[in-house]
Design a protein around this ligand. Sequence first.
Ligand code: GDP
Ligand code: MG
Length: 441
Amino acid sequence: LSERLGGVFDRLTKAGALSAEDVTAALREVRVALLEADVSLPVARDFVKRVQGKATGAAVTKSVTPGQQVVKIVHDELIATLRGDEDPGKLKIDNPPAPILMVGLQGSGKTTTTAKLARRLKEREHKRVLMASLDTNRPAAMEQLAILGGQIGVDTLPIVKGESAVQIARRAKSQATMGGYDVYLLDTAGRLHIDEVLMDEVQAVRDAVSPRETLLVVDGLTGQDAVNVATEFEGKVGITGVVLTRMDGDGRGGAALSMRAVTGKPIRFVGLGEKTDALETFEAERVAGRILGMGDIVALVEKAQQTLEAEQAERMMKRFQKGQFNMNDLKSQLEQMLKMGGMQSVMGMMPGMAKMSKQAEAAGFDDTMLKRQIALIQSMTKKERANPALLQASRKKRIAAGAGLEVSELNKLLKMQRQMADVMKKMGKGGMLKQAMKSMF
Ligand code: GDP
Ligand code: MG
């Protein structure tokens, strides 16, 4: 695949920004890669379409081809899609006893995952855990859970013949309450395919215990079918998260993207083997790399971007040394701060600047403020940015109004730029700047 991609990329012309043709050509290969990774067709199609819009017009880093750049954008977007806002490893299990419902098709790995999760909760979070099998169709499945419980030292609800799934669920609930358990896991019966009887039963169990978490267990090797399973369970039962099993196999794990896209629910864990300790918290980066299978290209583009950033920083330092510090420089600094999420920027690391950055912090210099100041600079013309002294009162008013701010804000910004330029000049003369640079790079 890499070879084929290489071919396409070579044919692409080098340019400053990605053209629609560049993007289309590279995305054709990306689409194939996604399908080869077993991402479902509609999900792959939607994903590619979304990236198309984002990538067109994006800047191409020097020394990488447009095609490589597209792969990097795809990779980043894949991570963003796979990763939810929530911490995947953190289940909502306060207010004991918290019921967790495990659902999915037969053979997906529900019983195994139930035991894995019980072990994790016991060992890592020191929870008192109770497990119960609701698989009334297969006595062997109940035995299986009891045996696993014995292995990991987690209690299982005693088996009572002739009970319905709902009856077992109710008994688990009262046992968990009376026995002082923190969590109880309900391992439901699966079917080979989705059917009404299964869904009705799972719904009844859900209504009987109101689970805090309902985890859909899906075989990570299932491809196109994963979407149907996810849609059904999400629609009929409602799930709070997904566990992908058999991620220790050869599959590329495209089901992860399909599940996430279709349900919008976080992927919480991945199963990496048959043993009860083979469960890991879902990591978007790892799975994204595996789905795309273009790790080399992503690494290459990241390296090129880092090199470029270092070059830019050096160029800027040369200007500073000459005592040049205009609004463009200030804008870069503000953007850098925004990116680094605070005042720990280039400026903050330089002697003489540290104090100023502390003052700025004390003055409520937060993200909103940074964004406002950047907006102010953006409203200036090229000439004004290069030489802010040109700004007349009337222009100041217009610029401030354009950014929806008071003129006093703009004056503050101008003062800041003048102070910075002063410091740069002084430092440049004393050779301090060179020293500061050395300590930074
Ligand atoms: P259930 O029918 O959904 O309860 O599925 P089981 O938990 O009984 O699992 C079915 C089979 O899949 C068993 O042989 C498990 O050992 C195996 N299995 C479950 N999870 C994993 C996994 O993450 N990796 C591998 N390699 N096998 C797994
Ligand atoms: Mg089972």
